[in-house]
Design a protein around this ligand. Structure first.
Ligand code: C5P
Length: 239
C-alpha cells in the first residue's frame, strides 16, 4: 500500500489517501488539545500511545464480532483503515458521572449511572459540539431511525466488551466517545480512534486518572497514564 496526499489534518490525527480508494492512512500526532482546541501542547510520544492503544482495542472489538474501520498496523504511530463517510455525530457512553455530566447536572463525581447513559453531540468545532437529541438528529437528516437504533445497540455492545476488558486489567471505564461512519457498501461501522484521548480511565488500585484528564486538569505527565494503559493491554491481549 502506498501513502498518497494529505486529505485532512485534525486535532490529533492526519489522514492521507492511499493508492486504494477504499483505504486511508491514519497518522496519529503528538498534539494534545483541550477546550475544543483552545489549549494545545506538543507531547512527545503521545502519538505512539494513542495509535497503539487504538490498534489493540480495534483488533479486540473486531475479534469480538464488532465491525470497525481498522484494517492493519503500519507503524507505532500509523494505521491503515477503511475509508468511511463519517456521520457528524459524537456518541458518548457514561458508566459513571464525570466531566460535563457532573457540571451539567450537579451530581457527585463518579456516581454510578444505572442504566448507563448514552448521549449524542453534533460534531462542530465552530459550535463547540452541542448536545443533540434523537429528534434533532432526525429532523436535520443526520441519520435515519434505523441507523440511530443500530448505533445505540452497537455502542452499548462496545461498552460491555471494553468495560469487561478494562476490568480485567484493574481499570475502570468511566466514559468514552465513539464516532461512526458509512462504508461504500452502506454499512455503518465504528471509525475514528479508541484511546485515552477519548475515554476516561481510572486505575482501580490508586484512583489515578490514566487519560486526557491529566492534560485537561494540568495535573502531570499524560504519557505516564497512557503508558500504563498500553502496557496492561499488551500484557492482557498478548501483543
Ligand atoms: O467532556 P465530557 O464529560 O462530555 O466527555 C465524555 C467523554 O467523551 C470523555 O471520555 C471525553 O474524553 C470524551 N469526549 C471526546 N471528544 C469530545 C468530547 C468528549 O473524546 N469532543
Amino acid at each position: 500500500i502506498e501513502q498518497g496526499d494529505v486529505i485532512t489534518t485534525g486535532k490529533a490525527k492526519r489522514l492521507y489517501a492511499t493508492n486504494d480508494p477504499e483505504l486511508l492512512w491514519v497518522q496519529h500526532l503528538n498534539q494534545a488539545t483541550a477546550l475544543n482546541g483552545k489549549r494545545k501542547a506538543e507531547i512527545p510520544e503521545k502519538a505512539a500511545y494513542t495509535n497503539q492503544i487504538s490498534q489493540l482495542l480495534f483488533e479486540f472489538l473486531n475479534q469480538a464480532g464488532i465491525a470497525t474501520h481498522f484494517v492493519q498496523r503500519l507503524s507505532k504511530t500509523e494505521s491503515l483503515v477503511q475509508r468511511l463517510e463519517m456521520l457528524p455525530l459524537e456518541v458518548v457512553i457514561r458508566n459513571y458521572a464525570s466531566g460535563h455530566f457532573v457540571s451539567r447536572f450537579g451530581v457527585e463525581n463518579m456516581q454510578v449511572l444505572e442504566p448507563n447513559v448514552l448521549e449524542f453531540y453534533f460534531k462542530s468545532d465552530a459550535l463547540d459540539d452541542p448536545f443533540m437529541n434523537e429528534s434533532q438528529i432526525l429532523a436535520l437528516r443526520l441519520a435515519d431511525t434505523e441507523t440511530l437504533v443500530q448505533i445505540q445497540t452497537v455502542a452499548h455492545q462496545i461498552n460491555q466488551h471494553l468495560k469487561a476488558l478494562f476490568d480485567e486489567i484493574d481499570i475502570t471505564l468511566v466514559d468514552f466517545k465513539l464516532e461512526f461512519g458509512r462504508t461504500d457498501a452502506g454499512q455503518v461501522i465504528l471509525g475514528d480512534e479508541l484511546s485515552p484521548d477519548n475515554m476516561r480511565l481510572v486505575d482501580q488500585s490508586t484512583g489515578a486518572s490514566l487519560d486526557k484528564d491529566i492534560f485537561r486538569q494540568n495535573s502531570g505527565d499524560l504519557t505516564i497514564g497512557y503508558a500504563q494503559v498500553l502496557q496492561r493491554l499488551q500484557a492482557k491481549l498478548g501483543a
